[in-house]
Design a binder for this molecule. Structure first.
Ligand SMILES: [Zn+2]
Length: 332
């Protein structure tokens, strides 16, 4: 189901993300040798419409076109089929960042592919693993980690002072690789923005040139933990307009990583409607009542909470979620 190669595929350095299906034909794992043999693993296009990672890798490899890489690099280019259509994924297709070892999805050709890639990479003892994504709504650039250990935090801090720790959803690439190397997710703002590409290239270059990752606690991190995921049940219509079952706030799109105070209005419901927004904890329990009360057809926050990845984009909400709720954590 995927290709594996030790050379740079023809046309890769000049292709657009939506041309990768014709350039590569299938998801592709590429190993390129550098001076230090323990490879850096870089993963991109697990979501087909999040192109920053691919263009960052392309830029990096262009810069090293006639030079030896300081460290070997293994690159996995994921959902080229969805990338051809600029979609996160195709509807019947599994989400490529929910099917890695540890997933709750049942076995399929796609879970087998991710298992195979994980096994190949585990044997190579990677130096670190970096999976590059984008958000739909407006967010700062930040790094996500699945294990709170100093080397993960050090690596995250190299990218951003804003770091998110999460344990749910399951089956994400970074969590699978956290079993055997420091693993990060980079969230590089919205897809297609040049500053996300520039920032990622700079980060990848500095990691490629690192001899080791320090193991003391980093000093300057704003660390958040994801406590819940917010979704809208399929049966209800939603938009930023008044005529839907649920009216979303467009203003919240610019308030990701800001703390919303208890008592803030989060969304509205059409009067005489039983529509609701669902809040699910990390262990998949319904915790809606802990976060929201409904007063005068408004969803009111019952506690202070920081949001991330909030979007009003219909497809993104249906395929993923409305936002995440986070709390600040302090490490000793
Ligand atoms: Zn993504």
């Amino acid at each position: 189901m995927f290709n594996e190669t030790n050379t740079l595929p023809d046309g890769l350095l000049d292709a657009k993300a939506n041309e990768l299906l014709s350039t590569l034909k299938a998801p592709t794992l590429i190993h390129l040798e550098g001076d230090i043999k323990k490879p850096l693993f870089v993963c991109t296009l697990l979501h087909g419409n999040e192109t920053t990672g691919f263009y960052a890798i392309q830029k990096l490899l262009q810069e090293y076109r006639n030079k030896t890489l300081p460290r070997s690099i293994s690159i996995f280019i994921g959902n080229v089929e969805a990338a051809a259509e600029n979609k996160r994924r195709f509807e019947p297709q599994a989400d490529y960042n929910r099917i890695w070892p540890g997933t709750h999805h049942s076995d399929s050709a796609e879970t087998d592919m991710m298992k195979a890639i994980t096994n190949i990479m585990q044997k190579k003892k990677p130096f670190a693993s970096i999976d590059i994504h984008n958000n739909t709504g407006y967010n700062p650039h930040y790094a996500c980690i699945n294990i709170l250990n100093p080397r993960c935090l050090q690596l995250a801090e190299l990218f951003s002072n804003t770091v998110v720790h999460f344990t749910s959803p399951k089956g994400v690439q970074s969590a699978a690789f956290s079993d055997f190397c420091p693993a990060l997710v980079l969230e590089c703002g919205q897809s297609g923005q040049q500053d996300g590409i520039t920032h990622s290239v700079k980060f990848l270059k500095s990691v490629l040139n690192l001899d080791s990752i320090p193991s003391d606690h980093p000093g300057n991190i704003n660390l958040y933990h994801t406590v819940a995921r917010v979704t809208i049940p399929e049966i209800f219509s939603f938009s930023i307009e008044e005529n839907s079952d649920i009216q979303l706030s467009q203003e919240l799109e610019s308030r990701n990583f800001e703390e919303l105070k208890s008592g803030s209005i989060f969304a509205s419901i059409k009067s005489n409607n039983d529509a609701y927004i669902a809040v699910t904890s990390e262990s998949n329990e319904d915790v809606t009542g802990e976060f929201f009360e409904i007063k005068n057809n408004k969803f009111i926050l019952k506690k202070d909470i920081t949001i991330s990845m909030y979007t009003t984009d219909e497809r993104a909400i249906k395929q993923d979620c409305l936002c995440y709720f986070m709390e600040r954590i302090h490490i000793a």
